[in-house]
Design a protein around this ligand. Sequence first.
Ligand code: ZN
Length: 551
Amino acid sequence: MSKKNYTFILMIIFIIAACNSGKKGIENALASITVDDLKNHIATLASDEFMGRAPATIGEEKTINYMAEEFKKIGLKSANGDSYFQEVPLVKITAQSPMALDISGGQQNLNLAFSDDFIGGTPQIKDEIQIDESEIIFVGYGINAPEKNWNDYEGLDVKGKTVLMLVNDPGYATEDINLFDGKSMTIYGRWTYKFDEAARQGASAAIIIHETGAAAYPWAVVQNSWSGSQLYLEGNDLSKSDLQLQSWITTESAQKLFGSAGMDYNELIASAAKPGFKPIKMNLNASVNFKNKVEYTKSNNVAAIWPGNKQSDEYIIYTAHWDHFGVNPDFEGDSILNGAVDNATGTASLLSIAEAFTKLPEVQNRSILFLAVTCEEQGLLGSKFYAENPLYSLNKTAGIINIDALNILGRTKDMTIVGMGNSKLDNYAVAVLEKNQRYATPDPKPEQGSYFRSDHFSFAKVGVPSLYLSKGIDDVEHGKEWGLEESKKWLMANYHKPSDNYEPEIWKFNGMIEDVKVYFEVGYNLSITNEFPEWNAASPFKSLRDKMMKK
Ligand SMILES: [Zn+2]
C-alpha cells in the first residue's frame, strides 16, 4: 500500500470516527430534551400565578425573571451586556368605553354598540378623540399594491374621511390564482396592513368589516384583542399619522350599514374583488367620541446567548413570544387567559432547546441567540423592536427559527412549514424531518395568512430569512383529516380564550417532544455551516436581504 493510500484510509477512518462521535453528541443533546422538563416549564409559565403573562404587569415580571433565571441555570450568557433583558419602550392607550359608532345620513341612523357591533381604539397619543360626521367611503379591500396593478384608493383623497373595507384580499374572495396569490392570503390581506395603508392615505378613521372565514377567526377574537388597553411601540408611525380610529364592525352591522345606504351588500362585496374596482361614496357619515387614557410604559424581551466556538460573530436566533393577554374581567368565572398552548409551550421549548445546545460534546460553530419576545399579541411589537434595534448585526444573522404554539394532539408524520417556498431555510427543516422519517407540509390554510402572524415576520420584513416551522396535521394514529378537524376544533374553542389552559391529563406530549427535537436539530445544522440561506427569487423579502448583504 502506498503511503498516499495509507494516509487516505487513515483519513477516512478518522472522518468516520469524528462523524460517529458527532452523531453520538447530537444524540446526547437530543436526549436532554425531555417531556418532564417541558411539562415543568409550561406548568409554571401557564400557571394562574403568572396571570396570563400580560406585558407591563406583575405577570411580566414573573415571566421574564423565570426565563432569565432558567437560562442562567442552564449556563447561557446574558445577551445584552450583563443583562438578560432588552427593554422595549411602549405607549399604552386605553379607550374609555362605553362608546358607540353612530352612522348617519342614510335611510335610518345606526348606533353600533361597543363590543357587540363594533370595537376599536386609537393609536393617537391624545386625551380625547372626536370624529364628527366624517364621510364614509367603501374602499373595497383597502389595498394599494402597484406591483399587482391594484389600487383601491385610485384617484381618491381620503383626508378627514372614514374608509370602510373588507378583510383579506381579492385572491381569497375569488380563489382566482391570477389575483394576488389566489386563495393564499398575501400581506395585503392582513388588518395591520389595512390600517397602515389607511394612515398613509391620510384617512381619519378606518373600519374593517369582520368576516369569520376571511379573517380566519371569530368575532370573539377581535373583541378580546381590542378590549382594554392597546400597546404600541413608542414613536410608532401610526401615532404620527392622522388616523384617529382603528375599528372593526361585525358582518351583521355592515349589512345594516349598506342597507341604510340603499346598497346591495353582497353585490358590492363581489365588485370589490374584481380588477378595476372603484371606491364608492356611501353618502353616510361616521361619528364617534371617546376619552383616552395614555400611559408610557415598558416591557422586555428576554435574550440569552450560547456562543459559538468558530464563527461566534455569526448568529442563529430562536424566537418565541412569552406574552399573552393577562386577565380580562369581561370573562365571567375564569378570567385569566393563561395562554398555555399560545405560547407557554413555545417559550418552554426555548429553555429545552437551549439546554440541548449545552449538552453537545463540542460547542457548535455559530452563536445561538434565544429570544423570548414580548407583545406578540399586541402586533409583534417585541420582535419588531429587536429587528429595529438588534443586539447582534442582522447581516451576521443567518436565520430565524420561530416557535409559536406547540402540538398537543399527539405524534404527526409531518410538520408544517408556514410560508413554505420563501427561503432556503426550508431545506434545513426538510432534511431533519426526512432523517426522522417525517415530512414537511406546506401551510394547509394559506388563506389565514399565518406567515404574517407571528414574530419571525418582524425579521422577514427587514430581510432576515425566517423559518416558521409549526405543528403537523398528519396524525400518526388518525390521519390528516382528523388532525385538521381537531386543530380547528381547538382553535374555535380555545384560541385567545381563558380555556387555553395547561391540561396535562388531556394533552399528548409525544408529538410535542418530537417537534422540539426537530427545532433543535434544524438550528444545530445551521450552526455548523458557513451558509447564509437566501430568500428564494420570488420572495418579497429578497431585495432587502441582498441590500443588507451588499449583493
Ligand atoms: Zn402565539
